[in-house]
Design a protein around this ligand. Structure first.
Ligand code: SF4
Length: 406
């Protein structure tokens, strides 16, 4: 029987050969090593056809998870899961008609959600400090609106929120609807790490879910974010009534972007009473695992975030998702308008499976988008090193206050 060292050497050799040659030699390897060799070969692939992605999605499930786990280990520390916290900074009253969302004004009467004004900066920073103290390393802020036209003062306030959260040495993400290139550039200057803008589903199924904006408008905002040098967080929701082909279409669309998203959230629909999708059934764990595993293989360097709906799956099912390549979760008190499990519960769960929280800016692809001096300052603070003279001499006031409060 081959030793582990010999198997690994065979795998590396197979991975280094052209695909056809590796395929011809792979029968000499144990089956699990053949899978790993195949995964190694596919890891750097950039131009997937939709048929190839469908083929991966249709792989027998345990084999699919094994392949995804192999790709995961080649691209990420397999024992790390990032804890993220998402705060609603502007609740309800949104003019869009997303059929899954409690915050659309179209569903407000039936849902019974009252619209609120934009939260103030200090309230947000209190929540960010709490999230950091509990182990979250990414803090996300969501506002329920279509875009920021006519919201000049609100945008200035959000820039201060971004500065303040970044000064806590956390990754900071916002989801604020459609962005112009100028707005993206200002968010980048304020220290934004990532911008979330989900494609939600396949291009074909999208008009069945949302009619007030187009798929290509989503792609334009993603392009503005990318051009500003901000990490892209873009994923989807499963359980909208779509079929397997639509899940494949979503992942394939992501693979066609000029650069894959640094972050791919997989949300399982939380069917909220009063929304048009209130009667949708929860997606099966098998559908969820297929989506996560396929995304992991097709988008090997992306952080895959097991986002909304996680708490409707058992701990063992969640652990299967981590095995299939998910390496981030949302935790805290709430996730926008839906419930999530809390920090203590999630730390305990990760511990039971030999997993641990991921530090901020650990992902190579996220680090690459960061301003070098800001990243150095963060690394120094994390290591307890005094600021170097090359560090920026004056930080925004709100940033200094935020640091002092931790
Ligand atoms: S744009 Fe966002 S907040 Fe508005 S309805 Fe759609 S999902 Fe909800």
């Amino acid at each position: 029987m081959a030793t582990p060292r010999a198997i690994l050497a065979s795998v590396r050799t197979a991975a280094a050969r052209p695909r056809a040659a590796a395929a011809a030699s792979s029968p000499r390897l144990p089956s699990f090593a053949r899978s790993l060799a195949s995964a190694v070969e596919q890891s750097p692939k950039k131009h997937w056809t939709r048929e190839e992605v469908q083929e991966i999605y249709d792989t027998p499930l345990m084999e699919l998870i094994f392949r995804a786990a192999s790709v995961h280990r080649l691209n990420h520390p397999p024992d790390q899961v990032q804890l993220c916290t998402l705060l609603n900074i502007k609740t309800g009253g949104c003019s869009e008609d997303c059929s899954y969302c409690a915050q659309s004004s179209r569903h407000a009467d039936k849902v019974g959600l009252k619209a609120e004004k934009l939260t103030d900066v200090e309230t947000v920073l209190v929540e960010a400090r709490k999230a950091k103290a509990n182990g979250s390393t990414r803090f996300c802020m969501g506002a329920a609106w279509r875009d920021m036209s006519g919201r000049k003062r609100g945008f200035e306030r959000i820039l201060k929120m971004v500065e303040g959260v970044r000064a806590l040495d956390m990754e900071v993400c916002t989801t604020l609807g459609m962005l112009t290139p100028e707005q993206a550039a200002r968010l980048k200057t304020a220290g934004l790490t990532a911008y979330n803008h989900n494609l939600d589903t396949s291009r074909e199924y999208y008009p069945k879910v949302i009619t007030t904006r187009k798929y290509d408008e989503r792609l334009e905002t993603i392009e503005a974010v990318r051009s500003a040098g901000i990490s892209v967080c873009s994923g989807g929701i499963i359980g909208l009534g779509e079929n397997d082909g639509d899940r494949v279409g979503l992942i394939w669309e992501m693979s066609q972007l000029p650069e894959p998203p640094e972050s791919f959230p997989v949300n399982a629909l939380v069917a909220i009473p009063g929304t048009p999708l209130e009667k949708n059934e929860r997606v099966t764990i098998q559908e969820l695992l297929r989506t996560v595993a396929t995304a992991r293989i097709v988008l090997p360097t992306s952080i895959i975030r097991f986002a909304a709906g996680r708490i409707s799956y058992t701990e063992t099912e969640q652990a299967m998702a981590f095995m299939a390549g998910a390496n981030a979760i949302f935790t805290g008190e709430r996730m926008l308008t839906t419930p999530t499990s809390g920090w203590d519960e999630d730390h305990a769960m990760l511990g039971r499976w030999g997993l641990q929280g991921m530090g901020s800016f650990e992902s190579t692809t996220v680090r690459m988008k960061e301003d070098a001096s800001a990243l150095e300052a963060t690394e120094n603070r994390k290591a307890g090193v005094a600021p170097s003279s090359s560090a920026p001499s004056s930080q925004p006031q709100v940033a200094a206050e935020a640091r002092a409060a931790v």
